[in-house]
Design a protein around this ligand. Structure first.
Ligand SMILES: N[C@@H](CCC(=O)N[C@@H](CS)C(=O)NCC(=O)O)C(=O)O
Ligand SMILES: [Fe+2]
Length: 292
């Protein structure tokens, strides 16, 4: 079994980690969870993160094969569509994105939104396999944070996105529409049932206590040191997760981001004046903690 070569790119604005995972033999690679930059204060978008990743691929003489997302993100825009326009490479996400599209179609009142996942080239099922060069990739359905979340298991590395964060940072929230703390518990157990030395690459790091950004751990480290799982029962976890989620304000960009991400990262069409607009539903998420 070949070990993939992995580079992580931390986006400090959103605490997201974007990855390039490459086959060391063929130099073929995939991008996972690329961020399209967005400043909500000015409404500006930019492709700084995505271009940095394309530069990395070029400099390291890699050949891009896939643009992958782990889930429809609630805190940033996906750069999948932009990267496809630059590279013509296939995009993919989990098949349950169709259920997430249905949920948010109602929130945003988007009667014309196709909820069949046709915005991506491939929709992965649980257990489906594919290749990055000579690397075998297995898809694990990992719902809880969102209905559609998937983990990509690439050789000895698992891209676990918003299930577990670094061991000092616990787990992802499970309170978005379609989220479930009990599903998240099961998804985390599936990850912890991988071999102890499996390298785990998380989707976010919020640098607690001002430490540097980190994104790689292992199954053994998570089992020993993550307080959301070490010595915790299922019931304990669900209680902890649901109590904590009640205190968390919605991500700053959730309403901005999901209307873009359920379209595979495509920005809204320009209106007759040539201007694109986002649509923000009011009072659609009652009971959410208010942000400061
Ligand atoms: N402050 C961040 C929070 C983003 C957020 O809620 N992130 C999700 C992942 S998409 C999460 O699980 N956060 C866990 C936590 O904040 O404890 C923002 O506004 O963007
Ligand atoms: Fe997320």
């Amino acid at each position: 079994m070949h070990k993939p070569t992995i580079a992580g790119f931390h986006d400090a604005r959103t605490g997201s980690i974007q990855y390039v995972v490459a086959c060391p033999v063929t130099r073929k690679c995939a991008i996972i969870d690329p961020v399209l930059d967005y400043d909500e204060k000015s409404g500006s978008t930019a492709t700084t993160n995505a271009d940095l990743i394309l530069d990395y691929i070029k400099t390291h003489h890699l050949v891009l094969e896939w643009i992958l997302d782990t889930h429809p993100h609630a805190d940033h825009f996906s750069a999948a569509r932009y990267l496809k326009s630059r590279t013509a490479v296939l995009t993919a996400i989990g098949e349950h994105v169709r259920d997430v599209q249905q949920i948010w179609k109602r929130f945003y009142n988007l009667p014309d939104l196709a909820c069949d996942g046709s915005q991506w080239d491939r929709l992965f099922r649980d257990g489906e396999t594919f290749k990055i060069g000579e690397l075998d990739v297995r898809v694990m359905h990992s719902p809880g944070h969102t209905l559609a979340s998937i983990t990509y298991l690439v050789g000895d590395a698992a891209f676990i996105h918003d299930t577990l964060f670094m061991p000092d940072s616990g787990s992802a929230r499970a309170d978005f529409p379609g989220g479930s703390a009990s599903d998240l518990w099961q998804s985390i157990q599936d990850i912890l049932n991988l071999p102890d030395d499996t390298r785990l690459f998380t989707g976010h790091d919020y640098m607690p206590g001002g430490r540097q950004a980190l994104w790689e751990s292992s199954v053994a480290e998570q089992k020993a040191h993550n307080p959301h799982v070490a010595g915790r029962s299922r019931e304990d976890f669900i209680k902890l997760r649901e109590n904590r989620d009640r205190t968390l304000p919605m991500p700053k960009l959730i309403l901005h981001a999901l209307q873009v991400n359920i379209r595979g990262g495509e920005l809204p069409e320009a209106e007759a004046n040539g201007q694109r607009y986002l649509k923000i539903p009011l009072d659609a998420l009652p009971g959410s903690a208010w942000g400061s």
